[in-house]
Design a protein around this ligand. Structure first.
Ligand code: 13P
Ligand code: SF4
Length: 305
């Protein structure tokens, strides 16, 4: 039988011995929180990855997150517990496709969602996450930007920054797009007093039903601070799991069973222990690409909020 307590103990001992830090995204399996030093959204995790003084970063998340940590901390060893935990949206744009997209709109600033590979980020002027995409585009103060790879986040940003035309690449998150208007309406019918909290990777028509739109951490903070007692959570299941654990006096309803990212769920405590023991699954990024991508990420990290 799998002994979680035992796994946690072994991981914590190795973590100390090797001066390792464990970063986890809030879509991870809940058990990851037992050993994670920090759990948060992509923006918080990027900031933490650039600030830590650990020798090893174990990234409990998907590939682009570990790659971002390596770009920001090139001298550290970055390990991804499951190497095939990729982001299906990030995989929708490769270097050639990104260059073709840019070639269609020469001389227009390029904003790249961090859910993308290092060589795609290297083609961008600035990165963004779902937490700061609106702020990043506003900061550019230009009439037109290119936005890749998420068409839905890009068009949400366009609706919030009407002075800037946002031209989007046709990528999307299959998990968030599986959430339909009917799913939200059915939950609203069952819990009419509940607030609807939505991630901006969702369909526009789903976002339009929201009382609040924000990143995973934004949603969690809103739920924590709100006086309301019931919430329909319109993003990945990990957010509901953490809210239910942390705020037992409130009720959280996952919008539908499809709201699960299979890749985010790949990492387990067993994988974390294995990579800490063996130091396998190390992430490498070509230094020339990393230097360009770092500029785009650092410009984003420098924008407050
Ligand atoms: P956050 O920017 O909220 O961390 O979301 C990342 C992600 O992968 C959403 O699908
Ligand atoms: Fe990528 Fe979507 Fe999974 Fe986020 S939820 S990691 S965008 S596939």
């Amino acid at each position: 039988m799998r002994n979680i307590k035992n796994l946690v103990e072994k991981i914590n001992i190795l973590k100390k011995e090797k001066n390792a830090v464990i970063l986890g995204h809030c879509y991870q399996n809940l058990e990851i929180d037992e050993v994670a030093d920090y759990v948060g959204d992509s923006l918080q995790l990027s900031r933490l990855a650039s600030q830590t003084d650990a020798d090893i970063i174990v990234f409990a998340g998907v590939y682009f997150m570990a790659e971002t940590a390596k770009i920001l901390s090139p001298d550290k060893k970055v390990l991804l517990p499951k190497l095939d935990a990729g982001c299906r949206m990030a995989d929708m744009v490769d270097l050639e496709q990104m260059r073709e997209f840019k070639a269609m709109y020469p001389d227009i600033p390029v904003v790249c969602y961090v859910n993308s590979s290092a060589d795609v980020k290297a083609e961008a002027d600035i990165c963004c996450t779902s937490a700061n995409a609106v702020k990043v585009v506003k900061s550019l103060n230009v009439p037109k930007v290119l936005f890749a790879p998420d068409k839905y986040l890009g068009s949400y940003v366009g609706s919030q920054v009407p002075e800037t035309e946002v031209v989007t690449y046709p990528g999307y998150c299959p998990t968030h797009l599986a959430i339909l208007v009917e799913d939200v309406q059915n939950m609203k019918a069952a819990y009419p007093e509940a607030m609807v909290l939505v991630h901006p990777e969702c369909h526009k028509a789903v976002v339009e039903l929201a009382d609040y739109v924000g990143s995973t951490t934004g949603i969690m903070k809103y739920a924590k601070e709100s006086d309301a007692e019931k919430f329909i959570i319109v993003t990945e299941k990990g957010v509901v799991d953490r809210l239910t654990r942390d705020y037992p006096d409130k009720k959280f309803y996952l919008v539908c069973k499809k709201a699960v990212c299979p890749n985010m769920k790949m990492n387990t405590l067993d994988d974390i222990l294995r990579v800490l023991e063996t130091e396998e699954n190390e992430i490498f990024v070509d230094e020339e690409i990393a230097a360009k991508a770092r500029l785009a990420i650092e410009r984003m990290v420098a924008i407050n909020g």
